[in-house]
Design a protein around this ligand. Structure first.
Ligand SMILES: NC(=O)c1ccc[n+]([C@@H]2O[C@H](COP(=O)([O-])OP(=O)(O)OC[C@H]3O[C@@H](n4cnc5c(N)ncnc54)[C@H](O)[C@@H]3O)[C@@H](O)[C@H]2O)c1
Length: 376
């Protein structure tokens, strides 16, 4: 594909803004955007600097004016919009979760593989240089076999029963909330760094607040001040504890929570191998902890000292911190390279179908209170 790529974004919320910046940084045209209503679409086009607004996301994803579609809507719309886009021959970047069930995610992945287009899902924590450095060191074998994987992903923006969001509603968000929303990121990163695959797990989920405000607030946004509002029963989990085993004989544990006061986006992942451990903390992504019995080092991001796959992501001099938005920029650059015929390096639909299978297993295990195989 020659010339500037033409990108359109369905959805106009928190993550759509990050996508829009990344699209521009990759040198593509942001030709359109859609929101929940035509009026909101127009406002979003002005805010995001898109060339035009589409009245509906259904129009946007099939438009002849568009080469690459980004789907940044609430979860329940991902599968239908992605399917329309694929059938129209578009390259598709779809936010996680790809679908709200493993079966639908697998079906979409099968459909995509027959279309000859590029698919992508923003498991963007892979794009922190020090996460890539962790991968390079673990995969080199220099640390020895991996025995234990553990960590957590903790947030607090849903810690109060007055907090609510479309994610709480199983129709808009899907049957799993905390795990599908953020546990999926942790599992993707853990499997990507180690090359292990989680084959069975036992999960216990918790809905700390059985009732929440019926008034929805925005993502990462506190509810509006005011008097008492009606409440609604909550059917999705606030937190999940997991124990798991991998295909290469490691064991692990994970806590995922959206109700942990003081924790914002605390994705913490530790890999304990025979000779050393590596620890990545998403809130301090410029360093990696390398632990040995004799000494523990804090490695700082410095392209000159990093493995090639980590150095290529190190796009600013050391000491000038890279962050979340830079991960998105690097991800979109990789996706656009693939659209132009380059070797794909980015996470795709198959990776998202895998996390959807993990989500199904978490819900099934919590229901049955037993160890459950992951079918993917
Ligand atoms: N990969 C990541 O790191 C990451 C981070 C945040 C969110 N996400 C994913 O991105 C998606 C959006 O999350 P968010 O945090 O931006 O939520 P958000 O609530 O901030 O934004 C969602 C937007 O979609 C709009 N919308 C609703 N119906 C629509 C429709 N039919 N067409 C177009 N837009 C519509 C809403 O008005 C809202 O502006 C979710 O699926 C979420 O899981 C991924």
């Amino acid at each position: 594909m020659h010339g500037q790529l033409r990108v359109a974004i369905a959805g106009a919320g928190m993550v759509a803004r990050v996508h829009a910046d990344a699209v521009r940084r990759a040198g593509a045209r942001l030709v359109g955007v859609s929101a929940s209503t035509p009026e909101r679409g127009k406002a979003a086009a002005a805010e995001l600097g898109a060339e035009r607004a589409f009245d509906t996301s259904e129009d946007l994803v099939v438009s002849d004016e568009v080469d690459v579609v980004h789907i940044c809507t609430p979860n329940g719309l991902h599968r239908p919009l992605a399917e329309l886009a694929l059938r129209a021959g578009k390259h598709v970047v779809c936010e996680k979760p790809l679908a709200t069930s493993a079966a639908e995610a697998a079906e979409l992945t099968r459909l995509a593989s027959g279309q000859g287009v590029v698919t992508a899902v923003p498991f963007v924590y892979r794009y922190h240089p020090m996460a890539a450095e962790a991968r390079a060191r673990v995969r080199s074998g220099a640390l020895g076999p991996v025995h234990l994987l553990h960590g957590h992903y903790l947030q607090d923006w849903l810690a109060d029963p007055a907090d609510s969001n479309w994610r709480v509603d199983p129709v808009a968000g899907g049957p799993s909330r905390a795990f599908a929303d953020i546990g999926s990121h942790w599992c993707d990163l853990a499997e990507w760094i180690t090359g292990h695959r989680i084959t069975e797990l036992v999960a216990s989920t918790a809905t700390v607040h059985g009732e929440r405000s019926a008034a929805m607030s925005g993502t990462f946004t506190a509810p509006a001040a005011g008097g008492a509002v009606a409440t609604e029963a909550v059917a999705t989990e606030d937190a999940a504890h997991l124990l798991f085993r991998t295909d290469q004989g490691a064991t692990g544990s994970l806590l995922v929570s959206q109700v942990s006061p003081g924790r914002k986006n605390r994705l913490w992942l530790e890999v304990d191998a025979a000779g050393a451990s590596v620890t990545f903390d998403q809130e301090k992504p410029e360093t990696l902890l390398l632990g040995r019995r004799e000494s523990t080092e804090v490695l700082s991001r410095d392209a000159a000292l990093l493995a090639p796959d980590a150095a290529r992501l190190s796009t600013l001099p050391p000491g000038h911190p890279l962050g979340y938005a830079d991960c998105f920029a690097a991800f979109v650059r990789d996706v656009h390279d693939a659209v132009r015929g380059g070797e794909p390096r980015h996470p795709g639909f198959a990776d998202a179908a895998r996390t959807a299978a993990l989500t199904d297993a978490v819900l099934a295990s919590a229901d049955s209170r037993s160890w459950t195989e992951v079918h993917a």
